[in-house]
Design a protein around this ligand. Structure first.
Ligand code: PMT
Length: 223
Protein backbone atom coordinates (compact mmCIF):
# COMPACT_ATOMS: atom_id res chain seq x y z
CA UNK A 1 0.00 0.00 0.00
CA UNK A 2 2.83 2.38 0.69
CA UNK A 3 4.66 1.87 -2.62
CA UNK A 4 6.39 5.06 -3.73
CA UNK A 5 5.59 6.90 -0.51
CA UNK A 6 9.21 8.05 -0.50
CA UNK A 7 9.78 8.57 -4.21
CA UNK A 8 11.84 11.69 -4.80
CA UNK A 9 13.71 11.24 -1.50
CA UNK A 10 17.37 10.23 -1.23
CA UNK A 11 18.06 8.54 2.09
CA UNK A 12 21.55 8.15 3.47
CA UNK A 13 21.60 5.31 6.03
CA UNK A 14 24.50 4.20 8.23
CA UNK A 15 24.47 0.65 9.54
CA UNK A 16 26.42 -1.76 11.68
CA UNK A 17 29.41 -1.35 13.98
CA UNK A 18 32.63 0.44 13.26
CA UNK A 19 35.93 -1.38 13.62
CA UNK A 20 38.83 0.46 15.19
CA UNK A 21 42.16 -1.15 14.37
CA UNK A 22 44.76 -1.72 17.09
CA UNK A 23 47.32 -3.37 14.82
CA UNK A 24 47.08 -5.11 11.40
CA UNK A 25 45.27 -8.15 12.85
CA UNK A 26 43.25 -6.78 15.80
CA UNK A 27 40.35 -4.37 16.16
CA UNK A 28 37.76 -3.12 18.63
CA UNK A 29 34.13 -3.27 17.69
CA UNK A 30 30.66 -3.72 19.21
CA UNK A 31 27.69 -6.06 19.00
CA UNK A 32 25.82 -4.30 16.18
CA UNK A 33 24.98 -6.70 13.34
CA UNK A 34 23.74 -4.08 10.88
CA UNK A 35 20.28 -5.69 10.74
CA UNK A 36 18.39 -2.53 11.79
CA UNK A 37 20.17 -0.40 9.18
CA UNK A 38 19.77 -2.97 6.41
CA UNK A 39 16.06 -3.29 7.22
CA UNK A 40 15.74 0.49 6.89
CA UNK A 41 17.59 0.41 3.55
CA UNK A 42 15.45 -2.42 2.21
CA UNK A 43 12.13 -0.88 3.28
CA UNK A 44 13.16 2.57 1.99
CA UNK A 45 13.86 1.09 -1.46
CA UNK A 46 10.44 -0.62 -1.40
CA UNK A 47 8.88 2.78 -0.66
CA UNK A 48 10.53 4.24 -3.73
CA UNK A 49 13.46 6.13 -2.19
CA UNK A 50 16.96 6.28 -3.57
CA UNK A 51 19.20 4.77 -0.86
CA UNK A 52 22.88 5.23 -0.05
CA UNK A 53 24.05 2.79 2.64
CA UNK A 54 27.30 3.35 4.54
CA UNK A 55 28.25 0.12 6.28
CA UNK A 56 31.04 -2.09 7.56
CA UNK A 57 28.96 -5.26 7.35
CA UNK A 58 29.87 -8.11 4.97
CA UNK A 59 27.37 -10.79 5.90
CA UNK A 60 23.98 -9.26 5.04
CA UNK A 61 22.35 -9.33 1.61
CA UNK A 62 21.13 -6.04 0.15
CA UNK A 63 19.08 -5.00 -2.87
CA UNK A 64 21.16 -4.07 -5.90
CA UNK A 65 19.19 -0.81 -6.01
CA UNK A 66 21.06 0.35 -2.91
CA UNK A 67 24.30 2.26 -3.38
CA UNK A 68 26.61 0.56 -0.87
CA UNK A 69 29.68 2.33 0.51
CA UNK A 70 31.87 -0.02 2.55
CA UNK A 71 33.80 1.45 5.45
CA UNK A 72 35.75 0.17 8.45
CA UNK A 73 36.33 2.85 11.09
CA UNK A 74 34.38 5.77 12.59
CA UNK A 75 36.70 8.10 10.67
CA UNK A 76 35.87 6.30 7.37
CA UNK A 77 32.17 6.61 8.18
CA UNK A 78 32.58 10.31 8.95
CA UNK A 79 34.37 10.87 5.60
CA UNK A 80 31.77 8.88 3.62
CA UNK A 81 28.83 10.67 5.26
CA UNK A 82 30.36 14.13 4.81
CA UNK A 83 31.07 13.28 1.18
CA UNK A 84 27.45 12.26 0.49
CA UNK A 85 25.19 14.19 2.86
CA UNK A 86 24.42 16.97 0.39
CA UNK A 87 22.86 14.43 -1.97
CA UNK A 88 20.49 13.26 0.77
CA UNK A 89 17.09 14.65 1.76
CA UNK A 90 16.98 12.32 4.80
CA UNK A 91 19.78 10.82 6.92
CA UNK A 92 19.22 7.91 9.31
CA UNK A 93 22.11 7.06 11.62
CA UNK A 94 21.44 3.55 12.85
CA UNK A 95 25.14 2.62 13.00
CA UNK A 96 26.79 1.91 16.34
CA UNK A 97 29.80 4.19 15.97
CA UNK A 98 32.82 3.84 18.27
CA UNK A 99 33.18 6.79 20.64
CA UNK A 100 36.89 6.05 21.14
CA UNK A 101 39.69 4.62 19.02
CA UNK A 102 43.27 3.65 19.83
CA UNK A 103 45.38 6.79 19.70
CA UNK A 104 48.02 4.94 17.74
CA UNK A 105 47.53 2.10 15.28
CA UNK A 106 50.58 -0.13 15.42
CA UNK A 107 52.00 -0.75 11.91
CA UNK A 108 53.24 -4.14 13.05
CA UNK A 109 51.45 -6.87 14.95
CA UNK A 110 51.88 -6.18 18.69
CA UNK A 111 54.12 -8.78 20.34
CA UNK A 112 53.46 -10.29 23.74
CA UNK A 113 55.50 -8.78 26.55
CA UNK A 114 55.67 -9.35 30.30
CA UNK A 115 53.10 -7.40 32.33
CA UNK A 116 49.91 -5.62 31.29
CA UNK A 117 49.25 -3.88 28.02
CA UNK A 118 47.98 -0.32 28.20
CA UNK A 119 46.34 1.19 25.13
CA UNK A 120 45.51 4.89 25.08
CA UNK A 121 42.21 5.86 23.44
CA UNK A 122 41.13 9.12 21.87
CA UNK A 123 37.65 10.38 20.95
CA UNK A 124 36.27 9.84 17.45
CA UNK A 125 34.29 12.52 15.65
CA UNK A 126 30.57 12.58 16.44
CA UNK A 127 29.04 12.35 12.97
CA UNK A 128 25.46 13.08 14.05
CA UNK A 129 26.56 16.14 16.02
CA UNK A 130 28.50 17.49 13.02
CA UNK A 131 25.53 16.94 10.69
CA UNK A 132 23.24 18.74 13.11
CA UNK A 133 25.40 21.87 12.84
CA UNK A 134 25.15 22.08 9.03
CA UNK A 135 23.00 24.89 7.67
CA UNK A 136 21.96 22.69 4.74
CA UNK A 137 21.27 19.66 6.94
CA UNK A 138 18.78 17.11 5.61
CA UNK A 139 15.97 15.71 7.78
CA UNK A 140 18.06 14.08 10.49
CA UNK A 141 17.22 10.87 12.36
CA UNK A 142 19.56 9.59 15.07
CA UNK A 143 19.37 6.42 17.12
CA UNK A 144 20.04 6.04 20.82
CA UNK A 145 21.03 2.74 22.37
CA UNK A 146 20.51 3.05 26.11
CA UNK A 147 20.32 0.76 29.10
CA UNK A 148 18.81 3.28 31.58
CA UNK A 149 17.10 6.71 31.77
CA UNK A 150 15.88 6.30 28.19
CA UNK A 151 13.52 9.31 28.21
CA UNK A 152 16.04 11.70 29.66
CA UNK A 153 18.92 10.63 27.39
CA UNK A 154 16.75 10.55 24.26
CA UNK A 155 15.32 14.06 24.78
CA UNK A 156 18.78 15.42 25.53
CA UNK A 157 20.25 13.71 22.43
CA UNK A 158 17.48 15.20 20.26
CA UNK A 159 18.32 18.67 21.55
CA UNK A 160 22.10 18.44 21.68
CA UNK A 161 22.51 16.80 18.28
CA UNK A 162 19.85 19.00 16.65
CA UNK A 163 18.09 15.94 15.20
CA UNK A 164 14.50 15.85 13.91
CA UNK A 165 13.81 12.42 15.40
CA UNK A 166 15.69 10.23 17.89
CA UNK A 167 14.83 6.53 17.75
CA UNK A 168 15.64 5.10 21.16
CA UNK A 169 15.95 1.43 21.95
CA UNK A 170 16.25 0.12 25.48
CA UNK A 171 18.91 -2.46 24.67
CA UNK A 172 18.52 -4.10 28.08
CA UNK A 173 15.04 -5.34 27.07
CA UNK A 174 14.50 -8.81 25.66
CA UNK A 175 13.80 -8.53 21.92
CA UNK A 176 15.27 -5.02 21.59
CA UNK A 177 18.50 -3.65 20.17
CA UNK A 178 21.60 -5.48 19.03
CA UNK A 179 21.83 -8.64 16.90
CA UNK A 180 18.27 -10.04 16.96
CA UNK A 181 15.61 -9.81 14.26
CA UNK A 182 13.23 -7.71 16.39
CA UNK A 183 13.33 -4.33 18.10
CA UNK A 184 11.31 -2.20 20.54
CA UNK A 185 11.75 1.51 19.88
CA UNK A 186 10.32 4.86 20.90
CA UNK A 187 10.47 7.86 18.56
CA UNK A 188 11.23 11.22 20.18
CA UNK A 189 10.26 14.14 18.00
CA UNK A 190 11.10 17.82 17.76
CA UNK A 191 7.53 18.88 18.59
CA UNK A 192 8.04 17.13 21.96
CA UNK A 193 5.74 14.23 21.23
CA UNK A 194 6.91 10.67 21.49
CA UNK A 195 5.64 7.53 19.84
CA UNK A 196 6.18 4.11 21.36
CA UNK A 197 6.24 1.13 19.01
CA UNK A 198 5.62 -2.41 20.27
CA UNK A 199 7.93 -5.40 19.75
CA UNK A 200 8.15 -5.72 15.97
CA UNK A 201 10.47 -7.30 13.44
CA UNK A 202 13.30 -4.96 12.42
CA UNK A 203 11.71 -4.68 8.97
CA UNK A 204 8.35 -3.67 10.47
CA UNK A 205 10.10 -1.24 12.83
CA UNK A 206 11.93 0.23 9.82
CA UNK A 207 8.66 0.66 7.94
CA UNK A 208 7.06 2.50 10.89
CA UNK A 209 10.09 4.81 11.24
CA UNK A 210 10.02 5.62 7.50
CA UNK A 211 6.26 6.30 7.56
CA UNK A 212 6.74 8.65 10.52
CA UNK A 213 9.48 10.51 8.62
CA UNK A 214 7.18 10.70 5.60
CA UNK A 215 4.38 12.17 7.74
CA UNK A 216 6.71 14.79 9.20
CA UNK A 217 8.00 15.77 5.77
CA UNK A 218 4.44 16.09 4.47
CA UNK A 219 3.67 18.39 7.38
CA UNK A 220 6.58 20.53 6.31
CA UNK A 221 9.16 19.67 8.93
CA UNK A 222 11.81 19.84 6.19
CA UNK A 223 14.82 21.99 6.88
O1 PMT B 1 22.80 -3.47 14.10
P1 PMT B 1 21.80 -4.25 14.94
O2 PMT B 1 22.40 -5.51 15.52
O3 PMT B 1 20.51 -4.50 14.18
O4 PMT B 1 21.43 -3.35 16.21
C1 PMT B 1 20.74 -2.15 16.05
C2 PMT B 1 21.27 -1.05 16.98
C3 PMT B 1 21.00 -1.40 18.44
C4 PMT B 1 22.79 -0.85 16.75
C5 PMT B 1 20.53 0.27 16.56
O5 PMT B 1 19.15 0.09 16.74
C6 PMT B 1 21.02 1.49 17.36
O6 PMT B 1 20.55 1.77 18.44
N1 PMT B 1 22.01 2.23 16.80
C7 PMT B 1 22.69 3.33 17.48
C8 PMT B 1 23.67 2.75 18.45
C9 PMT B 1 24.50 3.80 19.11
O7 PMT B 1 25.69 3.79 18.94
O8 PMT B 1 23.88 4.70 19.83
P2 PMT B 1 24.58 5.91 20.60
O9 PMT B 1 23.60 6.31 21.65
O10 PMT B 1 25.98 5.54 21.04
O11 PMT B 1 24.73 7.03 19.50
C10 PMT B 1 23.73 7.99 19.26
C11 PMT B 1 23.66 8.42 17.82
O12 PMT B 1 24.86 9.14 17.47
C12 PMT B 1 23.53 7.27 16.83
O13 PMT B 1 22.66 7.67 15.80
C13 PMT B 1 24.95 7.10 16.31
O14 PMT B 1 24.96 6.60 14.97
C14 PMT B 1 25.47 8.53 16.36
N2 PMT B 1 26.94 8.64 16.55
C15 PMT B 1 27.53 8.15 17.68
C16 PMT B 1 28.90 8.30 17.85
C17 PMT B 1 29.66 8.94 16.86
N3 PMT B 1 30.98 9.10 16.96
N4 PMT B 1 29.04 9.42 15.75
C18 PMT B 1 27.70 9.28 15.59
O15 PMT B 1 27.13 9.73 14.58
Amino acid sequence: TQTNTLSGETILITAGPTKEMIDPVRFLTNRSSGKMGYALAEEAVKMGAKVILVSSVDSLPISKDVQLIKITSAEDMYQAVMDKYQQATIIIKSAAVADYRPKQISQQKLKKKDGNLIIEFERTKDILLELGKKEDKPFLVGFAAETENIDEYAWSKLERKNADIIVANDVSREGAGFEGDTNIVTLYKKNHTKKELPLLSKNQTAKEILLEIHRDLKEGVRN
